[in-house]
Design a protein around this ligand. Structure first.
Ligand code: PHE
Length: 344
């Protein structure tokens, strides 16, 4: 075969090559050991010198040309392949990135903050205390000695740990009231604090009882504090949280560390006190326990009850959140169901 013809054929054939497999076949056919070009190069030796030089140079030129064409074709085919894969997978590099999911505050946290904020504007300070507590703070110093029947009001989770002489056994606090004692122990009046935090009870859980929940304790001690201050403070709190029209109701209740003790209810904001599903047709929503700090408690921390008086209250933020949002099961708060949590 004429060298020129070999070249024409090889180049024409290369045009038809459309994938890397066919390209390899082309390489074997036109540049491989058995290709006409290699054969031509091998047969040069039998030619006269003059012709050998001429044809040899020409054959080598063609070889270089074909090798270069091979590399170019290979690069083109590879680029086409990449472009095709991207096209198939639908990668659009101009698309904006995926938005990361943003977390949010838990409905309880939101409610705790809203409630504390109201009391902060009324001049209260926010403090926090330990969730694992001594018997002394949770019961004893709050007028609940061992064997006092009032202990049955709190189903207690005791900690299996050695007792501390003057403080007794350890437990998960059943309310935030122990912080009344801790705060008064380390400060002199005037005292105005609110204490948000988790509490624990050994409960058979149901729609209105959880074994872990929050409380917000309030305590104000000063010279001349009366029940009127308690009423004024709670009323103002209720109106700031539930709206300016709200009325409050006090009814006698018993807590060993207050005297008198009361249960506080707000007139239902859903029906304005007429009676509806939310308030169980009573027109009232019970939101907290409260009362005047018991003189025995003041004495316990070295405050003279003839000079100082005070009021205290304890409210459940989940309960307030349930009333506000119409949530009918307290267990929803801590069951980590995003369908619930995302609504707040
Ligand atoms: N600690 C009480 C409870 O958990 C509530 C309370 C607090 C009552 C302060 C009166 C005063 O039930």
């Amino acid at each position: 075969m004429e060298l020129d013809e070999i070249k024409q054929r090889a180049l024409a054939h290369l045009d038809d090559v459309s994938d890397l497999l066919a390209l390899e076949a082309w390489r074997v056919a036109y540049l491989g050991k058995k290709s006409p070009l290699s054969q031509a190069l091998r047969s040069l030796g039998s030619l006269p010198l003059e012709e050998r030089r001429r044809l040899g140079a020409q054959a080598n030129q063609i070889k270089e040309l074909l090798e270069k064409a091979l590399l170019e074709k290979e690069a083109a085919l590879k680029a086409a392949e990449v472009a095709q894969t991207l096209g198939q997978e639908g990668v659009d590099v101009t698309l904006p990135g995926r938005r990361p999911t943003l977390g949010r505050l838990h409905p309880t946290t939101q409610m705790v903050r809203a409630i504390c904020q109201v009391f902060v504007t009324l001049g209260f300070q926010v403090v926090e205390g330990p969730e694992v507590e001594w018997d002394y703070y949770n019961f004893e110093a709050l007028n609940i000695p061992p064997d006092h029947p009032a202990r049955d009001m709190w189903d207690t989770l005791w900690i299996d740990s050695p007792e501390r002489g003057d403080k007794g056994a350890m437990l998960l606090r059943t309310h935030t009231s122990p912080m009344q004692i801790r705060v008064m122990e380390r400060t002199r009046p005037p005292v105005r604090v609110v204490v948000p935090g988790k509490c624990y009870r050994y409960e058979a859980t149901d729609a209105t009882h959880e074994s872990m929940f929050y409380q917000i304790e309030g305590l104000a001690v000063d010279k001349g504090i009366t029940f009127a201050h308690l009423k004024g403070t709670i009323g103002e709190f209720a109106r700031r949280l539930f709206g300016g029209e709200r009325k409050i109701r006090f009814r006698c209740d018993y807590f060993p560390f207050v005297e008198p003790g009361v249960e506080v209810a707000v007139d239902c904001f859903a029906c304005n006190g007429a009676g509806c599903r939310l308030c169980g047709n009573t027109g009232w929503l019970e939101i907290m326990g409260a009362g005047m700090v018991h003189p025995g408690v003041l004495e316990q921390v070295g405050y003279d009850p003839k000079v100082y008086t005070g009021f205290a209250f304890g409210l459940g933020p989940e309960r307030v959140a349930m009333l506000r949002h119409g949530i009918d099961d307290i267990r929803l708060f801590y069951s980590n169901d995003l369908r619930f949590l995302r609504q707040f």
